[in-house]
Design a protein around this ligand. Structure first.
Ligand code: APR
Ligand code: PHB
Length: 402
């Protein structure tokens, strides 16, 4: 059998989602060599429809990385959201509650496209459609990634490996049993999501709590609406013809006045289970885990992408310090620093989910009454509204150096 072709790099990055691509860009800007390996094709990752809310910190970072031009031109800046219940809207004004901060609506796949273009432009290595990725020697000073690419067996020797390969990736699985602790919550519902070629029926996002469960009206552009509704986790796509989807959305999103939801062709449909998951610590030997590979949040707080970006920002700075002068103090604290934000975000995402969804096992309606009381409080108390607003736009500081 032929010997595998072998090369080395400073940082081997597994996965070209937002975590892997932002990390690659930040390393590139510091003159640190990296190779990104991605299982899917370029076309697939650029078309995959995911979330689309960028916190101010993520927007700022895109600009600092020199990849923010299209986002600034095409992204939709929002200064608040609507909470809809009892068929009435209540506006949460982020700008007034958080000293002028807001969010930008820009699809995750657009972020991914911009980062891929910048990486290829910089001539930095990014390989798509790699197969049979496996990691070895994580405890050593030269961990190894083995993979197949273009029909050839290859090996990549690294100083460190960044596991940015999402929830179903291989990196976390490679860590020896017992080295990580897992925290998991599966919610008893999922999100049915559609992309509609219809102008949004709202200027800002609507988070709606209705008798039939949660619904969300989001968007991607002035021509594209993104809509979701809470459904059973076992629901089947084929049981939902377009008319049934629209009927459900109309019923849930109904408002007491003459507001109406504009329909259009559905160009994408999917069901996403709702799960919270954290693996701790976010590091083993020379493997650093980031993004969905190490934590998942339910989408109600729109935090998945922002959390992934926040991890790799910490990691890039820590690697910069280490490669520059051998100081590993930031690498040592990587997991602790990130986990403070992860748990704050888990709490916020759980809180939003709990406040807005119907729980199927809520036989006497106790949970629904609590959610309703919380919604009323958020819509009547500035302190409660500020809690939602400052978490939604993204806290600049989380936790303190004890
Ligand atoms: N080898 C190489 N690449 C892999 C492998 C593997 N064995 N397994 C998975 N991948 C790739 C996936 O194809 C995907 O492109 O890793 C990438 C992981 O990207 P994401 O799942 O987008 O995860 P992350 O970069 O952490 O971004 C988190 O994505 O899931 C959303 O809503 C979530 O917004 C959040 C964001
Ligand atoms: C989206 O636009 O896809 C979106 C918006 C807000 C969320 C989740 C998803 O909370």
């Amino acid at each position: 059998m032929a010997e595998p072709s072998s090369r080395r790099t400073q940082v081997g990055i597994v996965g070209a989602g937002p975590a892997g691509l932002v990390l690659g860009r930040l390393l590139d800007l510091q003159g640190i060599d990296s190779v990104i390996l991605e299982a899917r094709s370029r076309e697939y990752v650029e078309k995959r429809v995911r979330a689309g809310v960028l916190e101010q910190g993520t927007v700022d970072l895109m600009q600092e990385m020199g990849v923010g031009d299209r986002m600034l031109a095409e992204g939709l800046v929002h200064h608040g959201i609507h909470l809809r219940f009892d068929r009435r809207d209540h506006h949460i004004a982020f700008d007034e509650l958080t000293d002028g901060r807001g969010i930008t609506i820009y699809g995750q796949q657009e972020v991914v496209k911009d980062l891929i273009a910048a990486r290829l432009e910089a001539d930095a290595p990014l390989h798509f459609e790699v197969e049979e990725v496996s990691l070895a020697d994580l405890d050593s000073e030269q961990p190894l990634i083995r993979y197949r690419h273009e029909g050839e067996q290859r090996e990549l020797r690294c100083d460190v490996i960044a596991g940015c390969d999402g929830f179903h990736g291989v990196c976390r699985e490679t860590v020896p049993e017992g080295a990580l602790r897992f925290h998991v919550r599966d919610y008893p519902f999922a999100w049915f999501g559609v992309l509609a070629e219809a102008p949004p029926s709202t200027e800002e996002l609507i988070y709606c709590s209705s008798e039939r469960g949660f619904a969300l009206h989001s968007m991607r552009s002035p021509q594209l609406s993104r809509l979701y509704f809470q459904c059973d986790p076992d629901e089947k796509l084929e049981d939902w013809p377009d008319e049934r989807i629209w009927e459900e959305l109309h019923t849930r999103l109904e408002r007491e006045d003459d507001w109406s939801l504009t329909e259009g062709p559905l160009v994408e449909k999917g069901i996403t289970p709702m799960r919270a998951f954290v693996a701790e610590p976010m590091q083993y030997g020379r493997l650093y885990l980031a993004g969905d590979a190490v934590h998942i949040v339910p989408p109600t707080g729109a935090k998945g992408l922002n959390l992934a970006v926040s991890d790799v920002r910490v990691l890039a700075e820590a690697l910069g310090r280490w490669f520059e002068g051998g100081d590993d103090s930031l690498l040592e604290s990587y997991s602790d620093v990130c986990l403070r934000r992860v748990w704050r975000t888990q709490h916020f995402s759980w809180w939003m989910t709990w406040m807005l969804h119907r729980f199927p096992d809520d036989e006497d309606g106790f949970q629904a009454k609590l959610s309703r009381a919380q919604l009323e409080y958020v819509c009547s108390s500035k302190a409660a509204a500020t809690t939602l607003a400052e978490n939604y736009v993204g806290l600049s500081q989380v936790g303190s150096e004890a």
